[in-house]
Design a protein around this ligand. Structure first.
Ligand code: PLP
Ligand code: COI
Length: 356
């Protein structure tokens, strides 16, 4: 258990107004959590301080070699007045797995979750209550060693910041358009694709810019070897409903093991749907679309929640999914997942964790 020192701000900021659009990740709360690591001493000096700039040596490892990992989860104002998190233990576990891949020291799961809970508790008045809004939590760990040689850092910082957010996509729950990238790749097996680390996202920006310029919200990545199997989307995992069956790319070492993905697989199975986690070739999707049996497509992610996909573009071809509207399962998943998160739907799985 961490001994967290709390230094409250003396100049709290004005909270966003009720009708403020709350563009994703643009506003931050009054406080942040910080904990330091030094080789030989371990993690120490856990503290909550006023949100503000941090000072780092220009030679810090994170700036040059990208040794850092991050997570994303949300806090919700539950129906019962309770502030709650969704499966935060899964974020703690995934963070440690990402850290292993990048030679970053582990943080005990209980400490990771405790840091988040304490910070959210202090800034709970920042949690928006409007529909489809929540408090996005961004924990991250960075190597801060002031040394230009390539080696694992001897110094780290674990920081948590909070941001009140509305929907990730300007479309809200309206279906998004996805660009299938057949030129660049995001990750390869044996690389860092399954770790939540900045390098994967840096690799994706160029394609994302191209997709945006063409009017598409995100990029769908194909595998780095054959360039034919579907991996995931820039900020979400992807699901297809083909002829009654739910199909999603299996965890293959190069995609992020999404927590929303895992929750959606559980729910679909409970609803009696057949779910296949396997290799999914882009040609199979094209064929299903041509035959008229591509019934629904949706993405899953913490920021994106459940995001219906209305169309894909590959090269010059545009595939519109059914009538381009929200599918029945996508809507049911959205209602159920957000319902559990907000305490409106019974939490049969013990996924919801109260903050107090
Ligand atoms: N894939 C990528 C690349 C992501 O950035 C995210 C978002 O975190 C996801 C998938 C979905 O993961 P989760 O459901 O845990 O948020
Ligand atoms: C999340 O959904 O939490 C993510 O980290 C995706 C990010 C690109 C906003």
């Amino acid at each position: 258990m961490l001994d967290i020192k709390i230094n409250k701000t003396e100049t709290p900021k004005a909270k966003p107004a009720k009708d403020d659009p709350l563009l994703f990740g643009t506003i931050f709360t009054d406080h942040m959590f910080i904990m330091d690591y030094v080789e030989g001493k371990g993690w120490h000096d856990a503290r909550i301080v006023p949100y503000g700039e941090i000072t780092l040596p220009p030679a810090a490892t994170i700036f040059h070699y990208g040794q850092g990992v991050f997570e994303g989860l949300k806090a919700y104002n539950g129906e019962n007045g309770q502030v709650q998190l969704f499966r935060p233990d899964m974020n703690a576990k995934r963070s440690n797995r990402s850290s292993d891949r990048l030679c970053i020291p582990q943080i005990p799961e209980e400490d990771y979750v405790q840091a988040i809970k304490e910070l959210v508790k202090l800034d709970k008045d920042w949690i928006p209550s409007e529909p489809n809004h929540s408090l996005y939590i961004r924990p991250f760990i960075i190597g801060t060693d002031p040394f230009l040689g390539l080696r694992t850092s001897a110094y780290y910082k674990f920081i948590v910041i909070l941001s009140p957010v509305g929907p990730y996509y300007p479309e809200g729950l309206d279906p998004v358009g996805i660009w299938i990238e057949d030129d660049y790749v995001r990750a390869v097996r044996g690389g860092i694709g399954e770790a939540k680390t900045g390098g994967n996202y840096a690799a994706s920006i160029l394609s994302q810019v191209k997709a945006h310029d063409e009017g598409y919200s995100q990029v769908l990545w194909l595998d780095g070897v054959h360039r034919k199997y579907i991996e995931e989307v820039g900020a979400m995992n992807i699901f297809f409903k083909i002829d009654g069956k739910v199909v999603t790319p299996m965890l293959n070492g190069s995609i992020l093991p999404g927590i929303t993905r895992d929750s959606v697989i559980h729910l679909c199975k409970e609803w009696g749907l057949e779910v296949e986690e396997r290799r999914v070739a882009i040609d199979e999707i094209k064929e299903a679309w041509e035959k008229g049996i591509l019934e629904e497509v949706w993405g899953t992610g913490t920021a994106a929640v459940i995001s219906p996909v209305g169309k894909f573009r590959m090269g010059d071809e545009v595939m519109q999914v059914k009538d381009g509207g929200i599918g029945e399962i996508s809507q049911k998943l959205y209602d159920t997942v957000t319902g559990i998160q907000l305490g409106k739907v019974e939490d049969k799985h013990g996924w919801v964790v109260p903050v107090e």
